[in-house]
Design a protein around this ligand. Structure first.
Ligand SMILES: *Cc1c(COP(=O)(O)O)cnc(C)c1O
Length: 386
């Protein structure tokens, strides 16, 4: 009855509490994937549950034909935390990126710049036709031709190639850490040089922080780690803690190009989603993300068979010496959720409420699942830390 577009594991979760999930057979699992960086407050967080319940009892939806105080409050708070001027609420990451791309088109037209947007190999920007066209991975584009024109690809972290492409464009759109691409951080110098080139030429730095935003990396935006001041940013995944919501954030010069009637979305910013956003923004603790994230990274680095750990805060890519798929499967059977984001890379994006004890529990499972699949030489060479 359903489209066969997902490869699903044969497990059904019934309820959750904090970082734990319980399936229909009563088996419990430690959730180190967080619904792919979505469940920022974990499962059944009392403040999020209360906010949604109370809002549902008052009003779910009214339409953007009217003022929505909850949207004004959430927009104000989100803009403050992300140091941006204005917010457009939508329903997904792809839709947030669409808004960035539409603003870039209007900006190019206004300034007489070429309309192309520079995007990067190994990127992921979503599943709509425009964001699929902007995604630097042929796997996601197969069979969807003709793709939308107006994108120029450059290799990630290749500054000369990016600058050459930018000559023929009005903007760059990139993930400061490529998530689906295997948790690959940009070189800081690459980002700084791109930003100065954009500034100098009056072009736009657009960031896709759908996966990295809203505290995931230990800052409200990953851009803040690098001291970047983007012209616009897309966020979504963790923003509603599991309630579907995305947002495009922009500086005034770009936001002002979206005039009444020129863009919109029916569900965007409805009171229910806004109650969730406000609860998330009030309860994410950046310091905790930094401290527990550093601890998680340190623990992973001492596991035999782990070659490298990339990422910031609680978005980590764990490069293994063995294929990651079988390890992820073994972890699931042993009661730990992670996913294989690349052939040899596990992705960890646990709820931001994670504790050290939960890290220890998860590490034991990863170790047990990895050891049988790792050669004895790798075990012997691994640093021993307990
Ligand atoms: C998940 C993701 C998207 C797409 O978000 P959807 O909510 O699935 O549309 C876009 N960009 C990045 C970086 C993502 O991780």
């Amino acid at each position: 009855m359903l489209f066969a577009n997902y490869k699903r594991a044969d497990v059904c979760f019934e309820r959750g509490e904090g970082v734990w999930l319980y399936d229909t057979t009563g088996q419990r699992y430690l959730d180190f994937l967080g619904g792919i960086a979505v469940s920022s407050l974990g499962h059944a967080h009392p403040a999020l549950v209360k906010a949604i319940q109370e809002q549902a009892g008052k009003l779910l939806h009214v339409s953007n034909l009217y003022r929505i105080p909850e949207q004004e409050a959430a927009g104000w708070t989100l803009a403050q935390l992300c140091r941006m001027d204005r917010v457009f609420f939508c329903n997904s990451g792809a839709e947030a990126n669409e808004c960035l791309l539409k603003m870039a088109r209007r900006y190019a037209a206004q300034k007489g710049l070429p309309a192309d947007v520079v995007v990067f190999e190994n990127s992921f920007h979503g599943r709509t036709l425009a964001t699929t066209s902007a995604t630097g991975n042929p796997k996601y584009q197969e069979g969807y031709q003709p793709l939308l024109p107006g994108f120029r690809f450059a290799p990630y972290n290749d500054l000369p190639a990016a600058l050459a492409a930018l000559e023929h464009g009005c903007a760059v759109l990139l993930e400061p850490i490529q998530g689906e691409g295997g948790v690959v951080p940009a070189d800081p110098a690459f980002l700084w040089e791109l930003q100065s080139a954009c500034r100098a030429a009056g072009k736009l730095l657009l960031l896709d922080e759908v996966q990295t935003g809203v505290g995931r990396t230990g800052e409200w935006l990953a851009a803040h780690h690098y001291g970047l001041e983007p012209d616009a940013v897309a966020v979504a995944k963790g923003l509603g803690g599991g309630v579907p919501v995305g947002a495009a954030l922009a500086r005034e010069k770009l936001a002002s190009l979206i005039t009444p009637g020129s863009h919109g979305t029916t569900f965007g910013g409805n009171p229910l989603a806004m109650a969730a956003v406000l609860a998330v923004l009030e309860n994410v603790d950046l310091e905790r993300v930094r401290v527990v994230g550093a601890y998680l990274k340190e623990r992973l680095e001492c596991i035999p068979g782990v070659r490298e750990v990339r990422g910031h805060g609680l978005l980590l890519g764990v490069e293994l010496e063995v294929p990651a798929g079988p390890v992820a499967d073994a972890c699931l059977s042993a009661g730990l959720l992670v996913n294989a984001v690349r052939p040899n890379t596990l992705r960890l994006a646990p709820p931001l409420i994670l504790t050290r004890q939960e890290v220890d529990h998860g590490m034991k499972i990863i170790k047990d699942c990895l050891c049988p699949q790792t050669t004895s030489a790798a075990v012997a060479n691994a640093p021993s830390c307990n």
